[in-house]
Design a protein around this ligand. Structure first.
Ligand code: NAD
Length: 334
């Protein structure tokens, strides 16, 4: 299989390229390198690398590939606060255009990185793929609208699949600490306390970033007719946690760290607990490599190995929003 990955230099992409290459696939990667210089460790590069905006990919770039795995995006909820319009241009219009081009180029499989954050404030505590969505941010709206518009392109020659990923955590060579688990753990290691911005009650489904990469591979390898135009929550029922449970797990690793409620965001309106039965009914052999305890232990060991400091915590390197604010010129002129 020849696979075209966008966003390969991101937190999840850095794992995905390694997994695909280990399987012997030929891999092309396209990334505009918004987070160049932010790598924590080295990682595998694709066989062919395009450094360009996804909005400028051509039909020619895609020809000859069997699948597109589309991860490039402005990639978390508060991104929309910097520039909502840009979030729609890249995450929505850029994604729909890419899917149209892939279809024209004869690429039959299109795997899209969607997100469970589209459930927003869940109407109940067991949201499945058929439940009404409630996007609370430009980021979440861009994902749900992409699902709809790309889904409308599906036909006998073009099979999109939508991975509604749980919130990622854990070690990656392109580490981020702006995701809840990594943030609480990195704060405890570098500052000695576990600072929770909400009241700790919101539910979040969690998944190791490498397990998201595993899911992309498994779905690309599954029979196309079985996956055709499916929307699938990616995670596990047992991996839904309240933020305060995450803090408790951090405290097990660092018993001296105190849990502090900063009250910064008051009551977090995003609260969603998710059902993942469909994933395991479609792929009965699929298993997560990590649960929260194992993934946290791995990241904890890495943070100690790198002597992760308060300067690292407060700096730009591992926080997408801070780096992006300085690099907007890269994507604004497109
Ligand atoms: N991390 C999570 O918790 C999570 C959860 C659910 C879904 N997702 C989705 O998974 C995907 C990957 O997430 P991530 O955590 O690896 O994000 P990331 O920010 O670490 O990586 C995104 C990559 O896309 C690239 N990119 C952004 N805009 C681009 C553009 N216009 N052209 C070319 N490249 C561009 C960036 O340079 C970066 O390397 C995203 O679509 C995200 O929305 C992530």
């Amino acid at each position: 299989m020849k696979i075209f990955v966008t966003g390969h230099n991101g937190y999840i992409g850095a794992h995905l390229i390694g997994l695909l290459k280990a399987k012997g696939y030929e891999v092309s990667g396209c990334d505009i390198n918004l987070y160049e210089g932010c790598a924590w460790e080295d990682y595998k590069k694709p066989d062919h690398e395009l450094i360009k905006d996804v909005r400028e990919i051509s039909e020619e770039d895609l020809k000859g590939h069997d699948a597109v795995m589309h991860l490039a995006a402005l990639s978390n909820d508060p991104m929309g606060d910097i520039n909502e319009e840009l979030t729609y241009q890249i995450n929505l219009e850029g994604s729909v255009r890419l899917a149209e081009l892939a279809k024209k180029a004869g690429v039959s499989r299109f795997l899209f990185a969607s997100s469970c954050s589209i459930y927003g404030k869940g109407a109940k505590l067991d949201m499945d793929e058929n439940d009404p969505v409630n996007p609370l941010t430009a980021y979440a709206t861009s994902k749900i609208e992409s699902e709809k518009r790309i889904g409308a392109l599906a036909d006998e020659h073009f099979s999109p699949v939508f991975l509604r990923n749980a919130t990622a955590y854990g070690y990656s060579p392109m580490l981020r600490i702006d995701l809840v688990v990594n943030n609480l753990l990195a704060c405890a290691v570098s500052k000695g306390n576990i600072a929770i911005k909400s009241d700790g009650s919101p539910w979040r489904p969690l998944i190791h970033c490498k397990d998201i990469a595993h899911a992309f591979v498994a779905l690309a390898e599954a029979p196309q007719d079985k996956m055709h135009n499916k929307i699938i929550n990616i995670g596990a029922n047992s991996e839904n946690y309240q933020v305060r449970d995450v803090a408790d797990q951090v405290q097990k690793l660092l018993p001296e760290a105190e849990i502090v409620y900063t009250g910064e965001v008051g009551e977090d309106p995003r609260n969603y607990k998710v059902n993942f039965d469909l994933l395991y009914s479609l792929l009965p052999d699929f298993k997560l490599e990590y649960d929260l305890k194992k993934g946290m232990q791995e990241l904890y060991d890495k943070l100690l190995e790198h002597k992760f400091s308060a300067d690292d915590f407060d700096g730009d390197q591992f926080v997408r929003l801070r780096t992006l604010a300085k690099r907007l010129n890269l994507i604004q002129s497109s």
